[in-house]
Structure formats: C-alpha cells, structure tokens
Design a protein around this ligand. Structure first.
Ligand code: ATP
Ligand code: MG
Length: 381
C-alpha cells in the first residue's frame, strides 16, 4: 500500500512491508548480479545496488537503508559462501566495498536529511491541515451559530411582528374603532346640534329682539329720562326713535332752557306727544311731523302738526262734541282737563294740528318743580 501524499509518493505505510520490500529488492539485484558475475565482476554488483540503496534511502527510511546497505555489502562480498569461502576480500573488492559504503553513507545521509525535511514538512503540513481543519470547524461552528442566530432573529422578528400586529389589532385598532364610533356619534350629534344651533341662534336673536323690544316698550311706557332729565332730554330721545322706526321725519322744536315743570305735567306732555305721533303714523299718511314746545311764565304750550290727510270730518265732528271715536284723543283730553288746560284739534285735507295749553300756577309749579328735582336727583343718585 503506497501513500498518496505529495512527498513520499512510493512509501508504504507499514514499516514491515518496507523492510520486506527492501530486502526483496536487494536480493533480486544480488541474484541478478550473481548470475551475471562471471561476465560483469563484483564491483558491478555494488554499482547495481547503489540505486537500490538510493531508492530505499530516498523514499523509505534510515533503518531500511542501513539494512539494504548491510545486506548488499554482505551479499556482494560473501554470497555464495562456497565461492568465496569466507576468505579475506581482495584489494579491489575492498576498494569497491569501501566506495559502496561511502557512497551509500552519503546517499543514506542525504536520504535521511531529505526524509527528515519531508517529515518536518509533513508535520508542518499536518499541523497546517489540522489548523485549517480547526479553523474550518470553527468556521462551520460559527456558520451554524450564525444560521441559528439568523433563524432565531427571524423567529423573533416574526414573533415581534405578530405581537405588534396583535397589539395594533387589539389595542389601537379597538381604540380607533371606538374613536370612529365616537366620531360617528359626534357627527350625528353635530348634525343635530347644527339644527339645534340654528334654532338656538334663532332663539337667541329672538330673545335679543325681545330684550330690545321689552326695553323699548319699558322705556316707552315710562322713559327713565323723563324723571331724571325732564322733557328736554326725553322728547328728543323718543322722537329720534320714533322717526327711525316709522320713517317719518320728525321736527322737534324744544328750547334747551325749557327746564323742568311739574312731574304730572311732564308726563302729560310726553304722553300727549306720544299719542299725537302714533296717530300721525297710523292715520295721517304724513311723511313729516312737527312738534313745538315752549313755555311762558304761566303756561306750557304743546303743538303737534302733520301734513297728512286729516281727520275724517265725521270723527272730527264727534271730537268737538261730547263723544270721541278712540281712546287716544279721549285720554289726551282727560290729561289736559286734569291739569286745567285746553286742547285744540284742527284738521283738514292738508293735515292735522293739535295744540295743548297747560297752565302753570306759580305755587304748585314751585312745589312740583322742587319735588321733581328732588326725584331726579335721587334717581340720579
Ligand atoms: N293725525 C291724524 N290724522 C288723521 N286722522 C287722525 C289723526 N289723529 C286721529 N285721527 C282720526 O281720529 C280717530 C281717533 O283717534 P284716537 O287716537 O282717539 O283713536 P285711535 O287712534 O283710532 O285709537 P286708539 O284708541 O288706539 O288711539 C282715529 O281713528 C283717526 O281716524
Ligand atoms: Mg290714537
């Protein structure tokens, strides 16, 4: 059995086989040389055995080489024994033997050196191969670990993705579904609230209008300004509002120094102007109205005039007689009568003119005036 390596290509692994082969090879050469001995001589045997020694020394080892040399030396010099009779070798034979020994020694030394070098190289190669195998094993192990790690990573990644998916579905998904439902409910609420808001806005407007109306009605029923500041302030406030609402151009002529008059008289004058303007708006069709207010030491004169269609003659006739058709003019007459004054109504197709005269008695005037001023000052406070 020969090795298949690079260095000892012809080296059997078993030492016994090598020894047997070395002996066999030597004996074959000796046998051949002995057969040819009569023709070639002894020294040729040494020469023929030298390659055998070289071969064995080169390829097989020191023991095999030495055995080959000894066997070749003995076989050449003493075989067959009867021929040489173990006699002392001749000089030529000794010289050939010495040359063979020397040559074989050199060859064996070289072969041993080469064999040792080969051994070193073989050992180095073996070590290198074992290192390579170790590294390969380590690399395989690392690769397996890497594959296991990669596999584990993929498993973890899948698990993590499953967990996130489950969380997304169970947690955020449910919350989103709830938010979606809330949004739907809110949308429905908003739809309802939109209608409700419109209703509320409408109601709010109505309430604000009602507040204004109530305030206006309240002020019209009894203007605070009348008690606080008198006719000079209350009449401009009222006529401006009336003109704005009725679109009738109202011309008020009331002196700034009109001053205060007794409270009942101020109230009567204010109510009289209110009723006259209301009648102008309702019955006259006049685009304008003119109010003139002046006072003297002994009376207050109120004059309200329009350029409307006038009071129908039958109603005007009944006014001058005992009865009157409406409450308005009857009330005016009554107020004026209570204050001791007079009321004149003149009307034709070009308009109507009402003049009221209210006397101011000096005593009552002073008393009422002082009480009015007290009231206004207390109201102002
Ligand atoms: N400025 C005016 N121009 C034309 N007609 C008038 C004028 N003032 C009053 N009249 C007529 O005189 C009538 C009586 O007026 P009066 O104020 O007494 O009653 P009214 O205005 O009809 O009702 P109310 O009792 O609400 O005042 C009115 O119905 C109207 O026909
Ligand atoms: Mg009236």
């Amino acid at each position: 059995m020969l090795t298949g390596g690079v260095f000892p290509a012809r080296t059997p692994r078993n030492a016994l086989i090598r020894y047997v082969l070395a002996i066999t090879l030597t004996l074959i050469v000796l046998l051949v040389c002995h057969s040819l001995n009569p023709f070639v001589g002894d020294n040729v045997t040494f020469i023929a055995l030298t390659p055998v020694v070289a071969f064995v020394a080169w390829y097989w080892g020191l023991g095999e080489s030495l055995l080959t040399v000894l066997l070749a030396l003995g076989g050449t010099m003493y075989w067959p024994i009867p021929q040489h009779s173990l006699s002392v070798p001749s000089l030529a034979q000794s010289a050939g033997a010495l040359a063979f020994i020397f040559t074989s020694a050199v060859i064996v030394a070289l072969g041993e050196a080469r064999r040792r070098e080969n051994e070193k190289l073989r050992n180095a190669q073996g070590e290198l191969e074992s290192r390579v195998q170790e590294r390969t094993a380590e690399l395989d192990s690392a690769n397996q670990k890497l594959r296991r790690l990669t596999s584990r990573l993929l498993e973890l990644q899948d698990e993590e993705r499953r967990r996130i998916a489950r969380e997304l579905h169970d947690s955020i998904g449910q919350m989103l579904a709830a938010v979606s439902m809330n949004l739907s409910a809110a949308r429905a609420d908003i739809d309802r609230l939109t209608k409700t808001t419109a209703t509320l806005t409408d109601s709010e407007d109505l309430v604000q209008q009602m507040c204004k109306e109530v305030r206006t009605i309240s002020h019209l029923l009894h203007p605070p300004l009348l008690d606080e500041a008198g006719l000079a302030s209350a009449l401009p406030w009222y006529t401006e509002g009336f003109a704005r609402r009725s679109k009738i151009n109202v011309n008020l002529d009331c002196p700034d120094d009109f001053g205060r008059i007794p409270r009942e008289m101020e109230t009567a004058v204010f109510r009289l102007v209110q009723e006259c303007l209301t009648n102008i708006h309702r019955h006259s069709g006049s685009p304008t109205a003119k109010i003139r207010l002046h006072r003297s030491n002994h009376e207050v004169v109120i004059q309200v005039e329009d350029k409307g269609q006038g009071i129908p003659s039958e109603k005007l006739g009944s006014m001058t007689s005992a009865g009157t058709p409406g409450v308005g003019i009857t009330g005016m007459k009554e107020r004026v009568r209570q204050l001791g004054g007079t009321l004149e109504i003149s009307s034709d197709h070009s308009g109507t003119k009402i003049v009221a005269r209210l006397p101011i008695s000096e005593t009552s005037s002073n008393e009422d005036l002082s009480s009015t001023q007290d009231a206004s000052s207390s109201a102002a406070a």
